[in-house]
Write a protein that binds this ligand. Structure first.
Ligand code: NAD
Length: 361
């Protein structure tokens, strides 16, 4: 019989695997789950000042980035580990993968370890919809979706569920990505139109989402493509030297950001002077600052992804995993019965000595 010398229940950390996350999405409904995460994000953005905040800690290479994203309030601490490697898809790997943890500030013990590749797609979609609800023209029913990779369907469904988008116009430099996205969105109730260029995709769109992956200062949208009154949701520019919009667009737009200290390093606004005015989205949500104030205004959500959004998403999964039992107890923390006898716990785990062979009589 094997004996686990580390028996404490409080040290077993609930772990939500990729399989459990997919089951949770199916049980909850993908739009409902995005809406639930969006509610948590709005609640947490309303109490923005209660959080510890720092720009994420990034390790850059020629081909990508690995980032740690920590934040905490009085009760909980969270971090996400995430990578961004645009060249990965050519090798059959994801551009973005992630996992993360929620912990109890009182004991420092983890409360949840979770996959976050799927959860990042859900929370990024929820965040886009929260921003668009405050910034996009109220009568927008068409969205251009430029970049049809891993995030694209999540973005489209969030805008359908939370912002009343009925039509999505798709464009990607790789037609196979557009075909994949169109096939996945069939039967969702969205009218989906594959397009042959970004110019074609933005025709009639009140919301333009750019979600491309390319490690350079790209020009996915040029100045002449952006007319008055649209809302741009720019997701793919999220690293130094990795942007999507022509600078001239930024000078015509009212720019909204998550956390300026991080966005000035990573977002579209890295192309602008460090004192260029931006509005923090949390202040729009609390009513302290204006969102869209006139019909001809170009609003830009310069999204890079901030730790509080992951905190909100982990809170959602923590509650949902508890309610559904969709988690595994992980033997992650060494926690001896006598807290000071860590060494003794190791010794008691020594493999039992084999019984000596019985001598022939
Ligand atoms: P992905 O690699 O799966 O998809 C990116 C798509 O962009 C690919 O299909 C590619 O062909 C296409 N593309 C590249 N250049 C293009 C161009 N000029 N015009 C049109 N299409 C182009 O990546 P993904 O997981 O969907 O992520 C997309 C981007 O969003 C990445 O850059 C990622 O870093 C970023 N991201 C941001 C956040 C955030 O919170 N802001 C969160 C997640 C991902």
């Amino acid at each position: 019989m094997t004996h686990n010398p580390n028996p404490s229940d409080k040290a077993l950390v609930p772990f939500v695997s990729v399989d459990h996350m997919m089951q949770l999405i199916h049980r909850t409904g993908i739009r409902e789950m995005i809406a639930g995460i969006a509610r948590n994000i709005e609640d947490d953005f309303r109490r923005w000042e209660q959080f510890d905040k720092t720009p994420r800690v990034a390790a850059h290479s020629q081909v990508g980035v690995i980032e740690l994203m920590p934040t905490a309030d009085d009760a909980h601490y969270a971090f996400k580990y995430v990578n961004g490697h645009p060249k990965n898809t050519a090798d059959g790997l994801q551009t973005v993968t992630a996992f993360g943890l929620l912990a109890d500030m009182d004991t420092g013990y983890p409360l949840l370890l979770s996959e976050m590749t799927l959860l990042t797609a859900l929370r990024t979609a929820a965040m886009s919809a929260v921003a668009a609800r405050h910034l996009a023209p109220k009568d927008a029913t068409t969205m251009a979706m430029i970049g049809n990779g891993a995030q694209a369907e999540f973005q489209s469904l969030a805008m359908q569920a939370l912002c009343g988008i009925t039509d999505v116009r798709l464009y990607d430099t790789d037609p196979a990505a557009t075909a994949k996205c169109a096939a996945n969105l069939a039967g969702t109730g969205l009218t989906v139109t594959p397009c042959r260029s970004a110019e074609e995709a933005i025709q009639g769109a009140g919301i333009i989402t750019t979600c491309t992956a390319d490690k350079r200062n790209a020009r996915v949208l040029t100045d002449n493509m952006v007319g008055a009154g649209v809302h741009i949701n720019a997701i793919g520019g999220d690293c130094p030297g990795k942007t999507e919009l022509a600078e001239a667009i930024l000078h015509r737009a009212s720019i909204f950001v998550e956390y300026p200290e991080q966005t000035r390093i990573e977002g579209e606004i890295q192309q602008l002077d460090a004192d260029h005015p931006v509005t923090e989205l949390w202040q729009v949500i609390t009513g302290a600052a204006n969102g869209r104030s006139d019909a001809r205004q170009i609003t830009l959500f310069d999204s890079v992804g901030f730790a509080i959004e992951d905190f909100s998403a982990l809170r959602y999964v923590h509650d949902a995993a508890r309610a559904t039992g969709l988690n595994l107890p992980l033997d992650l923390l060494a926690d001896p019965d006598d807290p000071r006898d860590l060494f003794g716990m190791v010794m008691r785990a020594a493999p039992a000595r084999k019984a000596a062979p019985v001598e022939d009589a």
